[in-house]
Ligand binder design. Structure first.
Ligand SMILES: *[C@@H]1O[C@H](CO)[C@@H](O)[C@H](O)[C@H]1NC(C)=O
Length: 388
């Protein structure tokens, strides 16, 4: 009997303890009549949302290595509401504030792929905001905070297909997917890095946290990350280029990662030979790096792109044709370069995209795909523009 009482009081104590620790969740669909609210009701639901909230919390505490209550933020109750967000948050997919996650009903119809998975990904991100430390609100930590939230989403295997790939992005603290991918790289250098970073963010933010944890400045880490992770997937994989100056006719040519320049041409050149040869090298090295449609791209276009690069680098020689001159778009060299410059003015980055398309083949239709007109239409527009 005495044993039983003791056992019972232990159970009660455990229950009481759990009562203190357990987080309560309120879930409501406050936009039930909107299209997004209807999708929520039919395809996501309150029960599933509760499961995700509980799972996300456990996942985050675990990832942040917050095994005891003292390490965690003291939050007893978290709400998740499907809402028409207020005017000033209309662009947001969801917001987290005051221990409440408000998911925009307007955005639910745009979720792509598996709707439940897309919703769960958003909840993991927002739930991270509930539990993460934020450097005492230091606004310099903004990108990092969003990056950590997306890092959690990534680690939960809930990254959506539209995210940028590892190595992409302009700066480490751009936030969201870019910062998340970078943090994943840092995590690879030191297991538990993000957990420790979050711990440090409890009271303040200092960019030196990266040095303290990884022995390098964040800028160093970012450039190493870019170098390692990018792996130049867009570029031709050439490790070695040789330049030969030799006795030969003509000006120069490129073949098999070799550039050959005529010594005779250099000697006979009257004018700024330095500038001329620089221009020639811009042209020839383009042949090293450009795609040629697996040999299918017309030679005139290949030569035109090489001269387009020379033009953009500012090394146009005086003997080139003027814009609008020439009889065929694929005449090559300066004629085609001038025409490509016109096309590029219609769509910034046109030549880059054209080159990209020529990685594995060639079609005259690439002009239509990029500019909405056939190359012949474009050529006559171009000629008309310069006729006066
Ligand atoms: C989120 O929704 C709740 C419930 O409707 C509301 O009380 C709260 O003000 C909303 N928060 C924000 C930031 O809009």
């Amino acid at each position: 009997m005495a044993h039983q009482v003791f056992f019972l009081s232990c159970l009660l104590a455990v229950a009481a303890l759990q009562g203190i620790l357990a987080v309560e969740y309120d879930v409501a669909n406050n936009a039930a009549t909107t299209p997004g609210g209807v999708i929520f009701t039919n395809q996501i639901g309150i029960d599933y949302t509760r499961q995700i909230l509980v799972a996300a919390t456990d996942f985050i505490w675990n990832l942040f290595q917050q095994n005891v209550e003292a390490d965690r933020k003291n939050v007893q109750r978290v709400g998740l509401f499907i809402e028409i967000l207020p005017e000033n948050f209309r662009g947001a997919v969801a917001i987290a504030a005051n221990n409440q996650i408000n998911v925009s009903a307007d955005y639910i119809p745009t979720y792509s792929g598996d709707i439940k998975r897309a919703f769960a990904g958003i909840v993991y991100h927002e739930m991270t905001h509930i539990w993460q430390w934020n450097g005492n609100g230091d606004s310099n930590a903004g990108g990092l905070i969003e990056g950590i939230a997306d890092f959690v989403r990534l680690k939960a295997d809930l990254a959506p297909a539209h995210w940028r790939q590892p190595g992409e992005g302009e700066s480490w603290n751009q936030g969201y997917d870019v910062t998340a991918r970078f943090l994943d790289y840092c995590e690879g250098l030191r297991n538990g890095f993000v957990a420790e970073l979050n711990k440090k963010l409890r009271n303040s933010y200092d960019v030196n946290f990266f040095v303290e944890l990884l022995g390098k400045t964040v800028d160093q880490l970012w450039s190493e990350y870019k170098a390692i992770k990018t792996r130049r997937p867009d570029r031709k994989n050439e490790q070695h280029v040789s330049l030969f100056i030799e006795t030969m006719n003509g000006v120069a040519y490129a073949v098999n990662n070799e550039i050959h320049v005529s010594a005779n041409y250099i000697q006979g050149y009257s004018g700024d030979v330095n500038r001329e040869i620089t221009g020639v090298l811009y042209h020839e090295i383009t042949h090293i790096w450009q795609w040629d449609g697996n040999g299918q791209t017309p030679g005139g276009l290949i030569e035109g792109i090489a001269d387009f690069v020379r033009l953009k680098a500012g090394y146009v020689p005086s003997h080139w044709v003027q814009p609008g001159q020439g009889d065929r778009w694929d005449h090559g060299y300066d004629v085609t370069a001038r025409f490509l410059d016109y096309c590029n003015s219609l769509r910034n980055g046109f030549v880059a995209e054209l080159n990209k398309k020529m990685r594995s083949g060639y079609s005259a239709n690439y002009f239509v795909e990029l500019l909405g007109k056939t190359v012949d239409q474009l050529w006559s527009d171009y000629k008309a523009k310069y006729k006066n």
